[in-house]
Write a protein that binds this ligand. Structure first.
Ligand code: ZN
Length: 242
C-alpha cells in the first residue's frame, strides 16, 4: 500500500492543492496529516477543510493548538504570535470544530505519529540533531516515528549498536531490523533551502520511502499574503525555502 504523510501546511492553500494533486497522481491510498494546518498563511479555513476531507489520521501542531487557545502564546516569536492571533480572527466555527477533533499523537501500522517529538507531544520539543533524536528513540515502541515541526526533511537511523546516524537523501529503502525517526518536511513553508512543497510517500510493501517535492504558484500565495499585510519576512521566505 502506498501512503502519504503531509505536515506543516500553515494555511498555504496553493501548496496543499498541488501536493494533493501529486498524491493522487502517485496512486496513494491513505494520507495522514502530522499537524500545523494553520499559522503563517492566509487560508486557514480552506486548508482545514481539505485536510479534514482527504486525511485519515489528523494531528494537531503547536500552531493549531495555539489557534484553538489551548496554549499561551508566550513561547511564540513575534511573527508567529501575530499570525496565530490573525488566524483566530479568521477561523470559522466549523473549522474550529474540525480542528478540535485532531489528535496530539497516533499510530498507524508500525508507525508512531506525532507533530514535534514522541516523549511528550504537548511540549513541542524539536528534534534537530543526533543528540535529541537519540533521546527520542527511547520514547516510542514502534519501529518508525514520523514527525514534522522543524520543516526540515531528515532521516535519523538507530543502528543495531544503538548509535544514531542521519541522512538527508530523497529516497531510502528502510531496513526492517533498524528503527527510524523521519521528519517528513513541510507542505506550506519548507525551510531546507528548497522552496518546493514537501511530503513523504511510503510504499509499505517494500519499505521504500520517497520525499516528493512539488512546485506550486508561490507568486500567488505571496500576493495574497501581501494583500493581508503580512510581514515581508514571512512572504519572502517562501520563495527561498528558509
Ligand atoms: Zn510548523
Amino acid at each position: 500500500m502506498k501512503i502519504a504523510l503531509i505536515s506543516d501546511v500553515h494555511s498555504n492553500l496553493e501548496a496543499l492543492e498541488e501536493v494533493l494533486r501529486d498524491i493522487e497522481k502517485e496512486g496513494v491510498e491513505k494520507i495522514n496529516f502530522l499537524g500545523d494546518a494553520v499559522g503563517y498563511g492566509t487560508d486557514p479555513n480552506k486548508c482545514i477543510k481539505l485536510i479534514a476531507k482527504h486525511c485519515d489520521i489528523k494531528l494537531l501542531g503547536n500552531h493549531d493548538y495555539a489557534a484553538l487557545g489551548l496554549i499561551s502564546l508566550d513561547g511564540f516569536n513575534k511573527v508567529a504570535k501575530t499570525s496565530v492571533e490573525w488566524t483566530q480572527t479568521k477561523l470559522k466555527k466549523n473549522s474550529i470544530e474540525k480542528l478540535a477533533d485532531f489528535e496530539l499523537s497516533s499510530t498507524f501500522l508500525d508507525y508512531a505519529l506525532v507533530h514535534a517529538s514522541p516523549e511528550n507531544p504537548e511540549d513541542w520539543d524539536y528534534v534537530l540533531g543526533i543528540d535529541q533524536a537519540t533521546e527520542q528513540f527511547a520514547c516510542f515502541s514502534q519501529s518508525i516515528c514520523l514527525i514534522g515541526h522543524s520543516h526540515i526533511p531528515t532521516i535519523y537511523t538507530e543502528e543495531t549498536d544503538g548509535t544514531v546516524t542521519t541522512s538527508l537523501s530523497n529516497t531510502m529503502e528502510l531496513d526492517q531490523n533498524l528503527r527510524y525517526i523521519i521528519n517528513i518536511g513541510s507542505v506550506g513553508q519548507p525551510r531546507d533551502n528548497n522552496p518546493k512543497a514537501c511530503y513523504l510517500k511510503i510504499d509499505t510493501d517494500n519499505s521504500k520511502i520517497e520525499y516528493r517535492r512539488v512546485e506550486y504558484d508561490i507568486d500567488k500565495t505571496q500576493a495574497k499574503m501581501r494583500k493581508a499585510m503580512f510581514p515581508d519576512f514571512l512572504v519572502e521566505r517562501l520563495a527561498v525555502g528558509r
